[in-house]
Design a protein. Structure first.
Length: 170
């Protein structure tokens, strides 16, 4: 390995470890995924009920693009290509990654049996870095948010402004 590739891999590892989310682009638009860095790769879990949706194209042997943003400023730190692999549920690699992910999973309804549910209903994927992309695209790359059933915006009830004004007058 050259010094540049070693530096690139060190940047990928440190930036990905410190970031709460990574943006992964497979065949469609990129999705923000929570992850954990373990054993030289980013690991994600999802695709099942109650877990994060995974982007299209995250299949065994596929190559995807991962963008890491700064936790503080939100700007892109590094983008890298990754080889996707799926450890077999119950294998030593799967168990080690699932244990790391379990510690990072917030608000799980079934914290005690979460890894068993992941083995049955979800996919745990390993994103192994191939190379750092040294030239990032120019511009903001902003896009329309992906559709989600989590939208809760509704019109303001007509009586709400009167109730708020009445409280302020007391």
């Amino acid at each position: 390995m050259t010094d540049d590739s070693l530096l690139g891999h060190a940047l990928i590892e440190e930036a990905t470890k410190k970031s709460g989310l990574i943006w992964v682009r497979g065949e469609g638009p990129a999705r923000a995924l929570w992850h954990v860095w373990h054993d030289g790769a980013a690991h994600v879990v999802g695709g099942g009920p109650g877990e994060q949706p995974l982007p299209d194209g995250l299949t065994e042997g596929a190559t995807v693009e991962v963008t890491v943003r700064s936790k503080d400023k939100g700007g892109r730190v590094v983008a890298w290509t990754a080889l996707v692999s799926a450890p077999a549920p119950g294998s030593e690699a799967w168990t080690a990654a699932a244990d790391e992910l379990k510690g990072k999973r917030l608000n799980a309804p079934d914290a005690e049996t979460m890894t068993e549910r992941w083995a049955r209903e979800c996919r745990l994927l390993r994103l192994t870095p191939r190379e750092a992309v040294t030239e990032l695209p120019q511009g903001s790359l902003s896009a329309v948010p992906l559709p989600t059933p989590a939208t809760t915006r509704r019109p303001v009830p007509p009586a709400l402004p009167r109730l708020l004004l009445r409280r302020r007058g007391r």
